[in-house]
Design a protein around this ligand. Structure first.
Ligand SMILES: Nc1nc2c(c(=O)[nH]1)N[C@H]1C(S)=C(S)[C@@H](COP(=O)(O)O)O[C@H]1N2
Ligand SMILES: [Mo]
Length: 337
């Protein structure tokens, strides 16, 4: 078990952190006031998550030990964070309804402990992670990422999670492993969208997604277990979801129960539903419009009201081109949309 603990003193941190980011972090830590309150009030959902000192911890208490300076390490991230209340009330999670407010309303009794995430297929080391393992098997970090939905809205989210690359390394892919096939929980009793075509938007469940193995190994690809310093709320994909910040949001599959290493490109939910509108790659690309709307700009969801304009230009690869463009060199991104 590797947990990155913070040994950096507040003072030293200030000196290495750009002013903007520092204040942003202070804000975040203030919002994380739960650290006192929540960990005292709520009994741990599950006993048995141990930190490096062998002490029993809630996931939130574990998060609090972690180094939250990712944004600073990356040279600062000056964009305004989307407020937590918006990130957790404006969701796409069709298993809990197609309207933006439905997932928050219809998912609150979703049971995430026990959980099993099964890693299988073309690997030397197949493994199954239980609920506790999600928080204690890998080095947790905070990552502040833009999230750009294919519907042309976007947010800035402070995720907590671990690098997907670490999981791939642990699984030890064989030479035949070319893609990762992800699968969301199938549980129509708990997920009303899986029982009703109207609520579920006509998707054939379970929701599935995929990445090429080199995409999965890119350090930006994150398996997220929290946001704003707390465990993920059900509507954001509890207990564990993928976050691929350079791709449209639908690639960031929620409530994952399976990751299978495979030889052939796996089917993906939105591509199955409308192949001419949603490709396998789905890299954010302002130059390639959706057949029914422009992708040149987006509405950034900030502190403004629902009618706030906040229209900003969309960046190639959602602004992460420097880190990921090499993955697609020589590819025609109009054809492989
Ligand atoms: N299983 C599952 N994963 C999903 C979806 C979904 O409907 N089901 N919606 C996707 C879409 S379209 C987006 S934009 C993001 C939204 O994530 P958020 O609600 O945390 O902002 O989740 C993605 N992951
Ligand atoms: Mo989306």
């Amino acid at each position: 078990m590797i947990i990155k603990t913070t040994s950096v003193s507040e003072c030293k941190e200030h000196t290495i952190t750009d002013e903007n980011v520092y204040h942003q972090r202070r804000e975040l830590i203030k919002k994380m006031g739960f650290l006192g309150a929540a960990s005292l009030l709520s009994s741990p959902a599950s006993a048995g998550i141990l930190d490096i000192f062998g002490e029993e911890k809630t996931p939130e208490a574990l998060f609090a030990q972690n180094n939250l300076s990712y944004a600073a390490e990356k040279g600062g991230f000056a964009e305004e964070l989307t407020p937590e209340a918006k990130i957790t009330s404006h969701n796409n999670f069709y298993e809990f309804g197609v309207e933006k407010q439905q997932p928050a309303a219809l998912s609150q009794s979703f049971k995430v402990d026990p959980w099993q995430l099964k890693i299988s297929g073309e690997v030397e080391n197949p493994l199954t992670l239980g609920y506790d393992d999600l928080y204690s098997s890998f080095d947790l970090e905070e990552r502040i990422y833009r999230l750009r939905c294919v519907e042309a809205w976007s947010m800035v989210v402070p995720w907590i999670g671990f690098s997907l690359a670490e999981l791939v390394k642990k699984a030890k892919p064989t030479s035949r492993a070319k893609y990762l096939a992800f699968e969301t929980l199938y549980d129509p009793v708990q997920m009303p969208g899986q029982r009703s075509r109207r609520l579920g938007g006509g998707i054939d469940y379970p929701y599935v997604e995929g990445l090429r193995i080199d995409e999965a190994m890119n350090p930006l690809a994150l398996m997220s277990v929290g946001l704003y310093g707390k465990t993920l709320p059900p509507q954001n994909g509890a207990p564990i979801r993928l976050v691929v910040p350079w791709k449209y949001g639908f690639k960031s599959i929620k409530s994952v129960v399976g990751i299978k290493f495979v030889e052939k490109k796996p089917p993906t939910t939105w591509n199955l539903l409308a192949a001419n509108e949603y490709g396998f790659y789905a890299n954010v690309n302002p130059a390639v419009d959706h057949p029914r709307w422009s992708q040149a700009s987006e509405r950034r969801i900030t502190t403004g009201g629902i009618f706030a304009q906040n229209r900003i230009p969309t960046l190639p690869f959602n602004g992460y081109g420097e880190q990921v463009a090499d993955l697609y060199s020589g590819m025609n991104l109009r054809k492989y949309y």
